[in-house]
Design a protein around this ligand. Sequence first.
Ligand SMILES: [Zn+2]
Ligand SMILES: [Zn+2]
Length: 200
Amino acid sequence: MYDQLTGRYTFACPARGEVRVPLSRFRVLERLPGAAHPAVYKITFACGCGGEHDGLVTHDELDWAPLAGSDATFLNLMTSRLEPAELELLDLAARYIQAGDWPWSFFCYPEERPRPVTPSAFRVLSGGGEELGLAVECPTCAHTTVNVVSREHVDVPFYNDRHVGVVEHVFVHDRELAVSAFRAELNSAAFDASRRKLAA
Ligand SMILES: [Zn+2]
Ligand SMILES: [Zn+2]
């Protein structure tokens, strides 16, 4: 569940009970087969207790809840009914998007261009300090690219880094096999990223 006031998702921790984590603490996002309406994602997240746990979020929570405003109690994800405050904020978000301003974006290496994206296209995030390795499956070409970005780039809708690091490698499409090896590589900081311009 997403809390708009804090910009955090609520999950369960076996040691601490309920914990709230921002998107940048997600580590692996995996769409579960079967559930289509709504689609459900299994999230592996880095918890404040030092461990990693799994939780579930719906597609709406992942992509739309961060855009929907300041009071979570009015957003009923079961019925998709929105109170006026959320509608206004979603309308504002829609106008930004129509003006070419996307809540999230990344630089697609195979296409050599920036692409708009939503968090459900995020696949793997690495830990680290100021910067994060972010693997995104491009909604347009379906290839996965790794960008090196700030935390705000991930956590704050409509904030996009002006330049991002791009790992110049085309990753295999079959990520079922690749995800654990890929995580190991991402965490080892073995990637050599070059800077690309993302936003004006
Ligand atoms: Zn924990
Ligand atoms: Zn692409």
